[in-house]
Design a protein around this ligand. Structure first.
Ligand SMILES: [Zn+2]
Length: 485
């Protein structure tokens, strides 16, 4: 018995020693801020008016691609050309496919690879039933209570106009960047980017341009979002999940509902949906999520820090925590959810043809083909025909040790000195997918502070950006362009 306790004691001592060593070598990956002061620009009323005016121009993307308000896009470009005339004088501009814009700012050193900043100028429509819930008209661009209100304030005109403001400020200083910088503005991100981003990328591909890095919307300077961290966290999306929609169809003889068959087409499809729902993938951490844990872990208070430093022991505990939230679960697996069901025309007629759409978001360690094969195996029903619709493979992981990531980290340390910076996995999709083959490094980051409430207004009600936050965004782009070497 004594021997057993001695052995147990030894095991405990060894474990404690490993925990200690691992924790003390779990070093911060943050850059020390220069002076710790926030680089706040005084509120520039003209800049505020510019974003407000940009929101007023209704550049909505409709799901029905036949409906395009070309006049709105024309007036958006007219607005840019008038308000940012010096930018258009000094940069080369090209309109692509009528509604997208590409600017090229020639740098001093043409032997280094150029970089590209991207934003989209289209917005999502306002749901009719929510119109009355807006505090200020969604396309009013009203400035009130310290905010600029309206659709696109955050997604993504806030970013687009901030880029122009930064450019305007740099033109006034006669600044010329070291490296060539491209600015691309797509017109249909909200419906997949096929006519905008894809065409811009095609144009650049034809010119054989290859970028050091590409920057797009995505993460933000989040406040109160990352568990166990009090400081703001600048989330830089270094990868995004893939996307595939499967259509499930069953064609079973229908008829009168007074003498139903054992299994109708509707039964077949709902049972297939249930099987998919009841068999989620096992949780796991992919490269990007591991990196995220490596970046945020060292910033956590004890004893959480020890837990994150010792994932060899506490890994399952961390996974269990992540499983508690919808976002957490989505980081750990390919998700699926049924989104559309087409069935039935009359209450006493059994429908013979039933179809459903199930949307999958593919985790970055697998490809669509594997997801489709697994779905077929899980459903295991010859009556269900499966066809793949819209499909984007998951992106690769962009490194956090590149020039581009470090530039973003450095700039963030200057403009948001109170924030920590981390790579993270994007659950949604951006236009960056269209540029994957013309750059090694893709970073998805909209440099603006957002708490949970503000984040919830994106694609929702009362979308708005804080006037001071907007000034910080301008400052970020300006500082970043000044920092580019
Ligand atoms: Zn967007």
């Amino acid at each position: 018995m004594k021997k057993f306790f001695l052995a147990l004691l030894l095991v405990v001592i060894v474990i404690v020693a490993i925990l200690f060593v691992k924790t003390s070598s779990f070093k911060s990956k943050q850059i020390a801020p220069v002076d710790g002061k926030r680089k706040e620009l005084p509120v520039d009323e003209t800049a505020v008016k510019h974003l407000s005016d940009a929101i007023k121009i209704n550049t909505v993307s409709q799901d029905d691609t036949a409906i395009v308000n070309q006049a709105a896009f024309d007036s958006f470009f007219a607005f840019l050309k008038t308000e940012y005339a010096p930018v258009f004088q000094n940069l080369e501009d090209t309109i692509i496919n009528q509604r997208s814009l590409l600017l090229k700012w020639k740098g001093k050193n043409e032997s280094v690879k150029p970089v590209i900043l991207y934003a989209h100028l289209d917005v999502v429509p306002i749901e009719e039933s929510t119109k009355a819930k807006w505090t200020h008209e969604p396309f009013s661009g009203e400035v009130a209570d310290g905010f600029i209100w309206g659709r696109g304030a955050l997604d993504d005109k806030g970013s687009l106009v901030s880029i122009f403001e930064a450019l305007k400020r740099l033109q006034a200083k006669n600044f010329v960047p070291e490296r060539t910088v491209y600015f691309a503005f797509g017109s249909d991100e909200e419906i997949g980017g096929k006519k905008g981003a894809a065409e811009i990328a095609e144009y650049l591909r034809a010119q054989k341009v290859n970028f050091e890095f590409y920057m797009d919307e995505g993460g933000m300077v989040s406040e109160g979002i990352v568990p166990n961290i009090k400081r703001p966290v600048a989330l830089i999306g270094t990868a995004e999940k893939g996307y595939v929609t499967l259509e499930l169809t069953a064609n079973v003889k229908g008829g009168h509902s007074s003498h139903p068959p054992k299994e109708s087409a509707l039964d077949v499809i709902t049972s297939a949906i249930k099987k998919l729902h009841d068999n989620p993938e096992a949780p796991r951490t992919v490269e990007t999520v591991k990196e995220f844990l490596e970046f945020v872990g060292p910033e956590m208070p004890q004893p959480v820090k020890t837990v994150f430093a010792n994932r060899w022991l506490f890994g399952p505990l961390i996974l269990k925590e992540y499983e508690k939230s919808d976002e957490g679960r989505a980081l750990l697996r390919t998700t699926e959810v049924a989104t559309i069901l087409n069935a039935g025309i009359k209450e006493n007629v059994i429908p013979s043809l039933v179809s459903a759409k199930v949307n999958f978001r593919i985790l970055n360690d697998e490809i669509a083909k594997q997801v489709i094969e697994r779905a077929a195996k899980t459903i295991d029903d010859t009556l269900v025909k499966i066809t793949a619709g819209e499909l984007n493979e998951p992106s690769r992981n962009s490194s956090s040790s590149t020039y581009g990531f470090k530039l973003l980290q450095q700039t963030s340390a200057e403009v948001f000195p109170d924030a920590i910076v981390t790579p993270f996995l994007m659950l949604g999709s951006t236009d960056s997918k269209h540029f994957q083959d013309i750059t090694e490094n893709t970073y998805r980051f909209f440099p603006v502070r957002m708490d949970k409430e503000i984040m919830g207004t994106i694609h929702g009600i009362n979308e708005r950006i804080g006037v001071k936050d907007y000034m910080e965004t301008i400052s970020f782009y300006e500082t970043m362009l000044l920092n580019i070497r």
